[in-house]
Design a protein around this ligand. Sequence first.
Ligand code: CTP
Length: 404
Amino acid sequence: MATAELAGKHLVLGMTGGIACYKIAELTRLLVKAGATVQVVMTEAATQFITPVTMQALSGRPVYTSQWDARVPNNMAHIDLSREADAIVIAPASTDFLAKLAHGMADDLLTTLCVARECPLLVVPAMNRQMWANPATQRNVAQLRADGVETLGPDSGPQACGEVGDGRMLEPEAVYEAIASFFAPKVLAGRRVLLTAGPTFEPIDPVRGITNRSSGKMGFALARAAQQAGADVHLVAGPVALDTPWGVFREDVQTAQQMHDAVMRAVPDYDIFIAVAAVADWRVDHASDHKIKKTADHRLPSFTFVENPDILAAVARLPHPPFCVGFAAESGDLDVHGEEKRARKNVPLLIGNLGPLTFGRDDNEVVLFEASGQTKLPRADKQALASTLIAEIAKRLPDTSLIS
Ligand code: CTP
C-alpha cells in the first residue's frame, strides 16, 4: 500500500450487524493511513458487535448511529453525509441490509443515506454460507449489481459459525485493495498486461544455486497498479517473498528458462509486456542432480556456464509484439547503457533505475529512455512510482493496439 494513495477521498463506512465488524477496525486503520477521511455510520445491530467508541478512536471522527442525532444542525445527517462522500462502503453488509438496499428501504440512518446518495455504493457481504446461498439473497445481490452497486467478495473459507463455504467477508487488506482499485483512474481499461518480476534462481545442485538481489517489489507494484488501472494482469514471478496483488493472476517460476517458457506461452494473449525481472544472464550447463561434495584433495569444483534466453528481446522480436517495456539496473553510466540497451533490445520504452542500485528498497528514482529522448521522474515510493509509470505507459500505447 502506498502511503496517502487515498488522500483527499471522503468515505462513508457503513457498518451493519455481523461478527465481521471486528475486522472493520483494521480496515478503518488502513483507510486512514492511506489518507482517506472515514466517516463511520453504524446500524443498531453493528453496535452490538463493536462499540462506536472504538470506531471513533480509529477513524478520528464522531460515529453516527441514528437518524435522530441532535448533533447535526439541520437534522439531515442522511443528506449531509452522503453529499460529502466520494463513496459509501458498507462493510460488513449483512443479509438483512442487502435485502433492504435491494428494495430501497429507508428505515434507519444508514439505509436512508444509501437511498439519498449521489455517489457510488460498494457493499462487502459477510454472512453464513446458507444465508449467502439463499435464493432471496442471490436475487437481492443480482438486483443490487443491476442497480450499479459494486459487490466486493464474499470470500470462501471457514466461518465464525464453524461451517466452511462462501459468504465470509474479504480480509481487511483485500477490501482496502478493492477500494483503492475502485478509485484508480482506469487508464488501462480493457488492456491485457503480462509482467515478469523478481530474480531467477539457477541451480548448481539440489541445494545450491545462482540468484541475485532483486526483491520483486517494483514488478509487484507495477502489477498492482496495472490491475488498479483496469487491466487484466498476468504476473510471472521468480522466487520472492511477496503477496500476490489483489486481482492479479500469478505464475511462479524458478529459472530463466522457465520464465522464458511461461512468457512465450502467455504472450500471444497480451498487448503490453513489462519485463521487470532481474533475469540471470547465465546458468550452469549441467546442474548436478546430487549435492556436490568437497574432495579429500581440496579440488575446487568448476562449472561451465551457458547463456540464458533474453526474454524481453525474444518478445520484442515476435512478428506482432505487444508494447514492450524493459527495465535496467546499472551500477554506473546509466545515460549511456540505458539508451544502448533500449535500442539493442528493440523496445519502445526502457525504464532505468537511477543509481545507487535500489534492490529491496521501498522507493526508487527512474529515467524513461525512448527514441525521442530521456525523461527523469521524481523519486517516489515504489507503489506511487508504479502508478505514474502505468500512466506513462498508457500514454504511449500505439493507436493500432486500441481495443474497440
Ligand atoms: N531481460 C530479460 N531476459 C534476460 C535478461 C534481461 O527479459 N535474459 C530483461 C530484464 O527483465 C530487463 C531488461 O531485459 O527488462 C534489461 O535487463 P538487464 O539485466 O539490465 O540487461 P541485460 O540484457 O542482462 O544486460 P547486462 O546484464 O549486460 O547489463
